[in-house]
Design a protein around this ligand. Sequence first.
Ligand SMILES: Nc1ncnc2c1ncn2[C@@H]1O[C@H](COP(=O)(O)OP(=O)(O)O)[C@@H](O)[C@H]1O
Ligand SMILES: [Mg+2]
Length: 355
Amino acid sequence: MTSQPAHPSSDREPHGSTAPTAPTAPTPAGRPAAALPPAEVARLAEAILAEVGTAVVGMQAALRTALAAVLAGGHVLFEDVPGLGKTLAARSLATALGLDFRRVQCTPDLLPSDITGSSVWDPGEARFRFAPGPVFTGLLLADEINRTAPKTQSALLEAMAERQVTADGTTYPLPAPFHVVATSNSVEYEGTYPLPEAQLDRFLVRLAVGHPDRDAETDVLLRRVARREEAAPVRRVVDAATVLGMQAGVEAVQVDPDVARYCVDLAAATRAHRAVDVGASPRGSQSLLLVSRALAVLSGRRFATPEDVKEVAVPALAHRLTLTPAAWAAGVAAEDVVRQVLAEVAGPATVPAAG
Ligand SMILES: Nc1ncnc2c1ncn2[C@@H]1O[C@H](COP(=O)(O)OP(=O)(O)O)[C@@H](O)[C@H]1O
Ligand SMILES: [Mg+2]
């Protein structure tokens, strides 16, 4: 396995503008960004995660997977009980990535047009003109997405999937990069609307953040005391053009056919599992491989390994499974199904040569 020279986390300059191989000018529309080499992507990713770690205690695995998902071009859902730092994590990641950032607090009265935008009358020009909503940004934090009504959720999920908004017959493309980091509380209060299973797969990964252990929680408290204010500031590490270059780097990651077949076998095993009504589709296996490739490049490798696949199988697949009513009633979790499948499906015997 290729190891990377550790990037000193004390170096807190924005790396996007100083790294010699990083493009600094915005990429003109339509021209693909030049792929950054894996070692450079790994170095920048480490710096991004170190910066996020100045505000967020613990959560390393979830944050690494979230970053991998963004570099794979996808959207991220953080789902867990309240008060675990989900909003803080999403906001910190957005800041470190240097993307245009908007936040929408999803409330029951939020309208679809509050997210997508709408036509407003322009008295000066005596005509309607499209006023873009907060979805027109680099990174949208959709906070507590399960608190807003289904039709507003649908408008957001549609924009996420299509990367465009259509209003009054005109289509407006969203900028690139465009990513949604959503948070959802897994406690179902009265007046919440669980995301429809059929739309959950608009998210490339769903991540639980988990409770901090005793030391980490103490650290959260003491850091708050030490900084003498609520806000935990995070600095920008890269910029939008560099994110595009990192994303292009993911596309350059090679895949041994055995590793692709392993993804297919895992998805197929979820479909055959007795607790599952509808298992992972080819979109699911494709997503699994894509996040695995992003994880490979985060480790500075030009090829994805079965270990990459194993590491992201739960966050990439669990939210794509619909359990049978009986399994659901028995309290089976989709995450457990994926773990079981991982234990049962044999991985490829051959490990691809270093490339
Ligand atoms: N892992 C963590 N690291 C740093 N701060 C945390 C962590 N977990 C919780 N907090 C603190 O707890 C509070 C709640 O965090 P928040 O992001 O609003 O939680 P959530 O969105 O999950 O409900 C914030 O004041 C945050 O600073
Ligand atoms: Mg929150």
